[in-house]
Design a protein around this ligand. Sequence first.
Ligand SMILES: OC[C@H]1O[C@H](O)[C@H](O)[C@@H]1O
Length: 268
Amino acid sequence: MSKQTILVVGSINMDQVVDVPHLPAIGETLLGADSLKLIPGGKGANQAVASARLGGRVAMAGRVGSDPFGQQLLQALRNDGIDTELVAIDPDAASGVAFIFLVAGDNAIVVASGANAQVGKDAEQYTQIKQALQQASALVLQMEIPLETVCDLINVAHQAEVMTVLNLAPACKLPDTILRRLSVLVVNESEASLLSGQKIENLAEAHDVARHLHTSGIPIVVITLGSRGPSWQQPISKVRFKPSIKPPPKYRLLIRRLPETALWERSQ
Ligand SMILES: OC[C@H]1O[C@H](O)[C@H](O)[C@@H]1O
């Protein structure tokens, strides 16, 4: 692995997507769209594909099952030029699957983690991942693999002085000592609320929360506004990519390329 490689350690899922008129209630059988769409996904694989499509050299580390989904997911990553040497085929667990209900542009997701829940638990594969990390230019993580693996990798990257980007999704509370070791934290409004304990109902409150997280020691905090962006009082385009402080050179390209970035702060 070269020094220029972005190492993504995370989930790889086959997304099973269906359009529905509303979310089903307990006990309800709901007729959705006629056909199911199968789309390679998983928050980790999505990060890897996005990084590769933005021009990065990317290696993915994770686990898939020995089922047909596993092969399709590996092929999808390779089709985007992603190095899959560190994706193991789990002999015992099924490939991760996400059930995604689309309701008028919004979605509700249920994930069956399968092999993703074993990332970090196979000693041989985990040693290889940590060796690769020593050589990487950046580590990219999310929360669809075991929490202890995420925390351990953040510590290893910190020691190796490798920049770490964490998308805290699905949201959970992380110890401050771990948060302070991140280079970039990416959250949506509800994740930011959970983490900070502060409500976010408008852009000013989002700025406050970003500042609060930043002053607690995270160099860059990005709060994405997603599809709700245009409904904020200030149009997203006015705040997008418009930092209040000049970013350090090593972050500049990253910031420019982040889609739907609402706001960010950096260390003085
Ligand atoms: O954020 C969307 C992703 O989350 C879930 O993990 C799905 O697999 C989907 O690809």
